[in-house]
Design a protein around this ligand. Sequence first.
Ligand code: FPP
Length: 262
Amino acid sequence: MTAEPKLLEPVSPEEASVFSRLQLDTLPRHIAIIMDGNGRWARQKSFGERIEGHRAGTESVRAATRTAAQLRLQALTLYAFSTENWARPKREVTALMSLLESFLIKEIPELMDNNVRLVASGRLDELPASARNKLSHTMSVTAGNDGLVLNLALSYGGRQEIVDACRSLMQRAQSGEIRPEDLTTDAFAQALYQPGLPEPELLVRTSGEQRVSNFLLWQIAYTEFVYLPVLWPDFRRIHFLDALEAYQNRERRFGGVEPVRR
Ligand code: FPP
């Protein structure tokens, strides 16, 4: 097991100002991020290839993971590759898989230093074998870390996750292990890809787009959404802190009348 990373220390007056307004005891336990805007970033910078935006976006993945670990959050889920992304040009898909593979290997020391455990959600059997192998390797190397859980959504679709959960429940019903009347919302949630994680209290989407795009459809029933104008490759710690402040200014009532803290 690795030691806890140091608690976040603001490095600029802007960060210090936002940080001072955060209540550290009511931060979300789980944040999910739709990392959007890589292609636009590449175009703005006049790069010929969208992949340059994805490459730059891996630096933002590192910044977000380190920030979440240093804030002692329980989980960070990043939408890295959707079931719909397979329809992108083959060249882009191949480049994304190769970026993922090099991230999975190069990032091990950083994950260990920050006590981060890597897990993944999605139809992982659809990934190329080389990516699956590196994913299993990094997951097993980090399995003993007990700090932040970094959950990479890969070949992930929210509808597909619900269908996969239904399939496994139907198989268990067919074998007599469970009865239809045993099915509750809690029992259903246990059949999802990561039953051990709390539902995300906060969903962030970068690039200014305001859509859910088939992400965590079951888990976001009561999630707060924060949309940031920043393009993903420019996302840094200050944007993470801005999202947390926006979240903490919300009143969450879960359909009741009294505000619920957290
Ligand atoms: C959406 O931007 C982003 C993706 C589909 C891929 C996200 C991948 C990364 C951030 C890099 C690799 C990830 C890991 C975990 C190593 P877009 O391409 O749709 O942007 P656009 O809407 O501006 O075109």
